[in-house]
Design a binder for this molecule. Structure first.
Ligand code: FMN
Length: 335
């Protein structure tokens, strides 16, 4: 079981990200930086109750490699939260997080995710029902507002979550209307923290150690989402910054090796076909920033087997012309 209050500070968390932060992704992050607390992708409480295979895969985790693991759930019916959380507790997750921040049309139009922000009474009832149904700590991930920022409304909503028994809040510094555009505003999060007893994690636009240091303020921790795409080392960089240590980014060969290791974890999680399809988007992120690799990126996103991925990488490494502007290329070895 996870105790948010006694975790070492600052808490460093991997954000829940649907379609990305599955078990292989989380295992990789934990191998690279064991201190990180991982959240599952958001998972429908109704889907859990139906025992739907794809839904259950979202909350599957390796108990040896991913603990403590936080299962993130969404829904709109308090009674379904009660039942689903009992299943999750029996599955052995370490904490429950309730999604009240997702702005996706499909989710909002079914009155879930960030549409909860419009209905504080229901949100409170859901948190209370969940807390009553499990001994695990329950937290809420939310945004600073719906279509605009209203300090009174935001503070009142957060206080209601605390009063209902939430043991932690994670706040993404954007309104629901902003989706992922513009810049996250962390000031409302610092102000909110002053008004709550429970720990608060800030989230939005952290891509490295400098941002983490600049943004932590009075908060208990930070959560990183997109900044970890193709860069699971970002957590080492952040931890090094907090501990005032120097950080050396991975060289080209290490990036490729890690990408292939991630790929192997994905294939082992289900099978090679599934792993290859799931990894296509991740390949593109690992390759990003590698000089002269746009052709390779275009090919990798169409790969259909491990053998094809290896041949594409080998072809790239053979054709690649080392240049003074690309000092890392001297270290590349065929995969
Ligand atoms: C592809 C993608 C999927 C996401 N899925 C979820 C999710 O399942 N649950 C959730 O609470 N937030 C989800 N988010 C939001 C992130 O957790 C995070 O709040 C947001 O990306 C801002 O943080 P960042 O700037 O560090 O990425 C998702 C974001 C992205 C980009």
């Amino acid at each position: 079981m996870l105790d948010w209050s006694s975790l070492p500070r600052p808490i460093i968390a991997l954000a829940p990200m649907a379609g990305y932060t599955d078990s292989p992704y989380r295992q990789l992050v934990k191998e690279i930086c064991p201190r990180v607390i991982c959240f599952t992708e958001f998972t429908s409480v109704d889907g859990i109750l139906h025992g739907n295979e794809a839904t259950m895969r979202q909350i599957m985790f390796d108990p040896e490699k991913e603990r403590p693991i936080v299962a993130q759930i969404f829904g709109k019916k308090p009674e379904n939260f009660r039942k689903a959380v009992k299943i999750l507790t029996a599955l052995g997750v370490d904490a429950i997080d309730i999604n009240m921040g997702c702005p996706a049309k499909k989710i909002v139009s079914s009155d879930c995710g960030s549409s909860m922000l419009k209905n504080p009474a229901l949100a409170e009832e859901i948190v209370r029902a969940t807390v009553e149904s499990t001994s695990l700590p329950v937290s809420v991930k939310m945004r600073i507002g719906i279509s605009g920022y209203d300090e009174m409304y935001f503070f009142d909503f957060a206080r209601r979550m605390e009063k209902a028994g939430a043991k932690l809040l994670t706040i993404h510094g954007r309104t629901s209307k902003q989706m992922y555009g513009g810049e996250a505003d962390w000031h409302p999060i610092y102000e909110l923290k002053k008004n709550l007893q429970i720990p608060v994690i800030g989230n939005g636009d952290i891509r490295g150690g400098v941002e983490a240091i600049n943004k932590i303020g009075n908060l208990d921790g930070i959560m990183v989402g997109r900044g970890s795409f193709g860069n699971p080392w970002v957590f080492c960089e952040i931890l090094a910054a907090f501990e005032n240590r120097s950080y050396t980014p991975p060289i080209f060969q290490e990036k490729i090796n890690t990408m292939l290791h991630h790929y192997d974890l994905a294939c082992a999680f289900k099978n090679e076909k599934w792993g290859t399809l799931e990894m296509r988007k991740q390949f593109a992120w690992y390759i990003r920033g590698i000089p002269h690799a746009s052709g390779l990126r275009q090919k990798l996103v169409t790969a259909s087997s491990r053998q094809e991925v290896i041949s594409m990488l080998n072809e790239f490494l053979v054709l690649r012309k080392p240049s003074a502007a690309d000092p890392e290329s001297r270290q590349a070895q065929p995969a």
